[in-house]
Design a protein around this ligand. Structure first.
Ligand SMILES: [Zn+2]
Ligand SMILES: [Zn+2]
Length: 353
């Protein structure tokens, strides 16, 4: 098995970002990413998909789109659409129609920044997801790096602090996201969680002060999605693209916040008497299974069953838990960084049936 570090959800000058696909490629190579998925608003840009190289490094750029109804006020309910065979922004007014169209076109869909409240100090409105009756989507963006600024930025002073000291902004996925995910999983659905950058490389102005807010490379070193794949990337676009989207569709991935320390090397697996399972997979409880957690470094590791913590380890790099109880098992890892206990890894679940 191999691990690929992917940053997804970002914008260029084709929508409201300030950089080009070339700028993104350069920043992603600097940050040692394996792949990026660029998702401009309501446009599926043709052309830039493929490998970018810098010396011996290479990085795969894939293109999706972020679709929402621009006539809706406020502009709620944003959907990340990946790997669809064609442009689907025309379906935006009806989110269920949109999701059905994505599925018909062989794509994946992730509900973006589910809880994205108003932030009056920077005149930003609430653009949360508002259409929870929908069915058939692939998953949710459990952690959105940029929109956490709106949640943490309780006043203009907080916002200014986070603009000048961006390393402090990300704490963990909003509790509203974790609660919603638990609720969706409890209903029996499989819901894949991913981490999004929502990188724009925005320019901020405050009186005489100018600042590029969160350049692409900053985001690429922060909240990412790590995929567990059968092999490393081959350099062949179509095969690699399929492997990445297959892993995302199956939930063979975890959300990592790499700024406090690389989350490469994390894994969560289940060993039964006759079979094994990884994140996103199902396994029969049978006469008992062993859940194995591997951490890149000693940190606070919590195992959750059906949304409730069942065991905590604070001094281990390998953690095991034996169970014969069916349930949805997932892992959250926290570590100290810049004076606070922050989220570090959020695994996809193993579904013990
Ligand atoms: Zn959005
Ligand atoms: Zn976005």
């Amino acid at each position: 098995m191999a691990e690929l570090v992917v940053s997804m959800h970002m914008h260029t000058t084709y929508s409201d970002g300030t950089g080009s696909h070339q700028d993104i490629a350069r920043a992603a190579l600097q940050a040692n990413l394996d792949a990026v998925i660029v998702t401009d608003h309501n446009v599926l840009v043709q052309g830039p998909e493929g490998y970018h190289k810098d010396g011996r490094k290479r990085m795969l750029m894939l293109i999706g789109e972020e679709v929402h109804d621009q006539a809706r006020l406020p502009q709620k309910s944003h959907l990340l659409v990946l790997n669809a065979r064609r442009e689907l922004a025309g379906f935006a007014p009806d989110p269920q129609n949109l999701i059905d169209a994505v599925n018909r076109e062989g794509g994946l869909s992730f509900i973006a920044h589910l809880y994205d409240p108003a932030c009056p100090s920077i005149k930003e409105v609430d653009i949360s997801w508002a259409d929870w009756q929908v069915q058939g989507y692939t998953g949710i963006e459990l952690w959105n790096s940029l929109s956490e600024l709106k949640i943490q930025g309780k006043s203009i002073y907080h916002i200014l602090f986070y603009i000048f000291f961006p390393h402090f902004v990300n704490h963990q996925p909003p509790v509203e996201h974790l609660n919603k995910w638990n609720e969706l999983l409890a209903s029996g659905k499989k819901v894949v969680a991913v981490g999004g950058a929502d990188a724009h490389a925005l320019d901020a102005h405050a009186g005489p002060l100018h600042r590029s807010v969160y350049p692409y490379e900053f985001h690429f070193r922060g909240v990412t999605t790590h995929l567990i794949t059968p092999t490393a990337l081959s350099g062949e676009l179509e095969a690699d693209k399929k492997m990445i989207y297959d892993a995302l569709a199956a939930g063979h991935c975890f959300v990592g916040y790499d700024l406090p320390g690389s989350t490469r090397g994390f894994n969560f697996t289940a060993q039964g008497r006759e079979s094994t399972a990884g994140m996103g997979d199902e396994i029969a409880a049978g006469s008992g299974i062993t859940l194995n957690i591997k951490l890149p470094q000693v940190s606070e590791c919590r195992l959750l069953k059906n949304g409730k913590v069942v065991q905590v380890w604070k001094t281990r790099e390998t953690c095991t838990h034996i169970t014969s109880e069916p349930g949805v098992y997932r892992v959250e890892v926290y570590r100290q960084y810049l004076g606070a206990l922050r989220g570090w890894v959020f695994s996809n679940p193993i579904y013990v049936r």
